[in-house]
Design a protein around this ligand. Structure first.
Ligand SMILES: N[C@@H](CCC(=O)N[C@@H](CS)C(=O)NCC(=O)O)C(=O)O
Length: 279
């Protein structure tokens, strides 16, 4: 195993490193707006500012599911290009002081409600539209158990494994081993649970599935970090069954395209159900 010769200084100081790999050029150790930038606003009550990364897709899948269930008429979704640093613009930071997508404004309430953190957005919308959140108290708690599990697991998969396996300037064995172990352990947590349950909460498709699928479901389908073979995702048979079933849902297929700026089909900004027809 390669040994680091790095000795941490007494007090760490930040130096801009253009060669620090993916995100290296945009990250800084301070918060707050870096420049003035207005966000656009469409005609619907819900205004989403996001990007079709796994955390963004959680929310667009729920919004499309709400439309599919005829509980929501429509919404606007505006792309936030994180590589262009849109997340540090003044209007975006006013919605999310943490400068991360997804962020949502609900103008149907007075005063308008800001929302950030994908888990909080999922819970707010599920409560507001009384959908995809079990009514039974025990099942509802189980749903929240898995929703919080996902929020805690995403930094391991994305910030840990994804960063060191796919984005770091060079592969380093120690962190790749550390995070691969954790990701495989979490895949096994899911696999054992899904061996006993159709969805994360019994046979009810909930916001817990919508939170977990864009990360672990897409990973299992081999579409995240091109790490399918490395992680031997095919061996998690119950995760495979669950991931494939969710991938077939029309709302999931639409949700994946919203705020997407890459690939064959993309819908950077979405303003109407009809926008999909043009793709
Ligand atoms: N815990 C947050 C994480 C959000 C997050 O990490 N978003 C990423 C994209 S997936 C982002 O906006 N990154 C921009 C940056 O780091 O500057 C959530 O679930 O909403």
């Amino acid at each position: 195993m390669s040994q680091s010769k790095y000795t941490p200084p007494k007090v760490w100081s930040w130096q801009k490193d253009e060669n620090a790999g993916h995100f290296g050029a945009i990250n800084q150790p301070t918060a707050g707006a870096r420049f003035d930038k207005e966000l656009q606003k469409g005609k619907h009550d819900l205004q989403l500012y996001s990007l079709a990364t796994p955390n963004g897709v959680k929310v667009t899948v729920l919004l499309e599911e709400l439309i599919e269930a005829q509980l929501l008429d429509d919404y606007d979704a505006w792309v936030i290009n994180i590589m262009e640093q849109d997340q540090f613009g003044s209007d975006f930071v006013a919605i999310n002081p943490n400068s991360k997508i997804p962020a949502l404004m609900d103008y149907s309430v007075s005063p308008p409600q800001r929302l950030f953190e994908s888990g909080s957005i999922l819970f707010y919308l599920a409560e507001k539209y009384n959908a995809f959140l079990p009514e039974d108290a025990s099942a509802r708690t189980e749903c929240m158990n898995w929703l919080f599990w996902q929020m805690a697991s995403a930094p391991i998969l994305g910030g840990g494994f994804g960063h060191f396996y796919a984005y770091a300037p060079e592969p380093i064995e120690y962190p790749i081993n550390r995070y691969t172990m954790e990701v495989k352990r979490q895949l096994d947590v899911l696999d054992q649970h899904l061996a006993q349950h159709q969805f994360m909460v019994g046979n009810e498709y909930t916001i817990a599935d919508m939170a977990i699928w864009p990360w672990y479901g897409v990973l299992a389908l081999g579409e995240l970090y091109e790490a399918g073979e490395f992680l031997d995702v095919q061996s998690y048979e119950h995760v495979q069954r669950w991931a494939k079933a969710i991938a077939e849902r029309p709302a999931v297929q639409r949700g994946k395209l919203v705020n997407r700026t890459w690939g064959d089909k993309q819908l950077p900004n979405r303003h109407s159900k009809d926008d999909f027809a043009q793709l």
